[in-house]
Design a protein around this ligand. Structure first.
Ligand code: MG
Length: 398
């Protein structure tokens, strides 16, 4: 089998990759939302892989892996990797998890990072009210993640929150950093306590916190919430679109508190997790299969983390429906340091009408049953999907 073409269409908010072969099989991968600008990046990789056998996944990846970097520049390479596994599974007539070593669980736990309700404000009562809605969501999540601190509207909306400048931020542009005021720190802690009052010990709470905290504030905060038994504090120091890791500072933070510290969603490749893992700099890693370099790359990071007693909670909120399918396949095969992956939703909602193979409902009691169709297990309903193609992508399925 040979690769004959690599195509990319922006469908809704997500660039979608189609790797075409000479045997009538196509593989699909998806890039995280809000990145239409990555289409040319995907297409420029085509020249390097046309003519290769897509079922020799690693051999193809050796051709393109150096053309990626930290988020958002790992996406094109990652989406192509997913599409290759999709082809390999379809060609072999087996689900992708079989090619990754087989599943060790029949259902995968997910956590809520994308089923969201508008926040009416930034007070502890608002956080409690919002958490109540997420707790009652039909998916029955057993873990909920909420944004606080620099990963929320607090810096802009809570008067006197920090000593730093407040700058606008959207999708990786801008970003705030700085020392919190005592009032600001107390405000975050009060919001966390209010959310815990709602969840009790029935549903686990994780917090996405930054990036942008100073080490001193991060240590104070992590220590203050120790009695609340949080699952993790994510990206306090670096994260999101930060193009570096700062493993040494993460290690200082982790050694100062019993609250688990988490990072990794923006990190590209296993090599960039090496110091975090070997130095015990965090308690939980969270690579995103759409940014780390693909699903085999994510599995490698999970295995290496497990050797070092570090837990695994993959990121995924913007990965869309195809990204979710990839997460289901790989997470079925991860070692037992696996906690849960961040459940992505399809946006706009018509995404659920243009693919076949998804269970309904998808999430039951906070879990997804692992499906068994070949490849990633879901495929486009081409007739329905064509109606949502932009003019310039009209030949995507041809
Ligand atoms: Mg995050």
């Amino acid at each position: 089998m040979r690769i004959t073409d690599v195509k990319c269409a922006v469908i809704g908010q997500n660039p979608v990759v189609r790797v075409v072969t000479d045997q009538g099989i196509s593989g699909y991968g998806e890039v995280e939302a809000y990145k239409p600008y990555l289409k040319p990046h995907v297409l420029h990789l085509k020249q390097a892989i046309v003519g290769e056998d897509p079922t020799d996944v690693e051999r193809v990846m050796l051709r393109i892996r150096r053309r990626g970097s930290f988020k958002p520049w790992g996406s094109a390479v990652s989406a192509i990797e997913m599409a290759l596994w999709d082809i390999a599974g379809k060609a072999a007539g087996v689900p992708v998890y079989k090619l990754l070593g087989g599943k060790i669980r029949d259902r995968v736990r997910v956590y809520n990072g994308s089923v969201r309700f508008p926040m009416a404000g930034q007070s502890p009562d608002h956080y409690a009210e919002n958490m109540q809605k997420m707790k009652e969501a039909k998916e029955g999540f057993t873990i909920i993640k909420q944004g606080v601190g620099f990963h929320s509207a607090m810096p802009a909306r809570v008067p006197g929150f920090s000593y730093g400048e407040v700058r606008p931020q959207t999708h990786g542009f801008g970003g705030n950093r700085g020392l919190l005021t005592e009032r600001g720190l107390k405000h975050v802690i009060a919001c966390v306590e209010a959310m815990k009052d709602v969840l009790g010990d029935e549903v686990g709470l994780a917090l996405d916190c930054g990036p942008g905290w100073t080490k001193a504030d991060a240590i104070r905060f992590a220590r203050a919430v120790e009695p609340l038994n949080l699952l993790w504090l994510e990206d306090l120091l670096t994260g999101d679109y930060t193009p570096y890791v700062d493993a040494d500072v993460y290690r200082d933070l982790s050694m100062s508190t019993s609250t688990p510290i988490h990072t990794g969603e923006q990190i590209y490749l296993r090599q960039n997790f090496k110091e975090l893992i070997e130095r015990q700099a965090v308690g939980v890693v969270g690579p995103d299969p759409c940014d780390v370099g693909g699903i085999a790359e994510l599995k490698w990071v999970a295995e290496y983390a497990d050797l070092h007693s570090i837990l695994m909670a993959p990121h995924g909120t913007g990965d869309g429906v195809l990204g979710m399918a990839a997460l289901v396949q790989v997470c079925a095969a991860l070692p037992e340091n696996y906690i849960a992956f961040e459940y992505p939703t399809g946006n706009p909602a018509w995404w659920y009408d243009i693919v076949d193979g998804l269970p309904d409902p998808i999430v039951k009691g906070g879990f997804i049953d692992v499906w068994h169709q070949p490849g990633m297990g879901i495929d486009f309903n081409v007739k329905a999907a064509k109606q949502h193609l932009n003019e310039e992508d009209r030949d995507f399925f041809d």
